[in-house]
Design a protein around this ligand. Structure first.
Ligand SMILES: Cc1cc2nc3c(=O)[nH]c(=O)nc-3n(C[C@H](O)[C@H](O)[C@H](O)COP(=O)(O)O)c2cc1C
Length: 171
């Protein structure tokens, strides 16, 4: 069974990361972690929870995570991952993915993007990390925020090789 890790950082869009976790199919073993700062931002968006380490195993390469998604990914967490810093569970787990050359998808959320963030993204993209921000798509004709989110989550699952029916593919 594939082990998939979803990490939520302190960027806006807690719901998007949580929904990605919830939408993972039953045939994957799923784990959810957050940065210590994520609950502060999540609170502003109406979600209340404590603690940031739901599972500690992903900090180790031997735990065997097959794919990881950081969504939403703050510029802070993005910069740390690009610099090789692993000072909390999400950044440490991302570091493991880079060193073990396993699929890592980052969903940076900031507007506008500055050269520091863009350079970090370019560096990581060259290392094989997928840079997949939550970008709207209108051709899927979404009728609600949930449908819009499903499309984005579906694109992330595509990158991680997870089967889903979250959006209708272009025929
Ligand atoms: C309400 C609120 C919204 C925020 N939204 C973003 C955001 O969308 N993107 C971002 O990069 N940082 C955002 N921040 C700033 C981060 O939370 C801050 O840089 C924090 O240090 C990130 O920590 P982390 O990367 O360890 O989660 C936001 C902060 C607050 C309070």
């Amino acid at each position: 069974m594939k082990k998939i890790l979803i990490a939520i950082s302190g960027a806006s869009g807690f719901e998007l990361g949580l929904r990605a976790y919830e939408k993972l199919p039953p045939n994957v073993e799923k784990y959810l972690v957050t940065t210590p700062n994520a609950p502060i931002v999540a609170q502003k968006e109406g979600y209340h929870f404590q603690g940031h380490e739901i599972w500690a195993g992903p900090a180790s390469g031997s735990f065997g995570i097959d794919g990881m998604l950081v969504a939403p990914c703050s510029m802070n967490t993005l910069a740390k991952i690009a610099a090789g810093i692993g000072d909390n569970l999400p950044t440490r787990a991302a570091r493991v993915m880079v060193k073990e050359r396993r699929p890592l998808v980052l969903a940076p959320r900031e507007l506008p993007l500055d050269p520091i963030a863009l350079e970090a993204m370019l560096k990581l993209a060259h290392l094989g990390v997928f840079i997949a921000p939550p970008i709207l798509a209108y051709y899927s004709a979404p009728k609600s925020l949930e449908e819009m989110e499903d499309f984005i989550i579906g694109k992330w699952f595509d990158l991680l090789g997870i089967e889903h029916d979250l959006y209708r593919r272009w025929q």
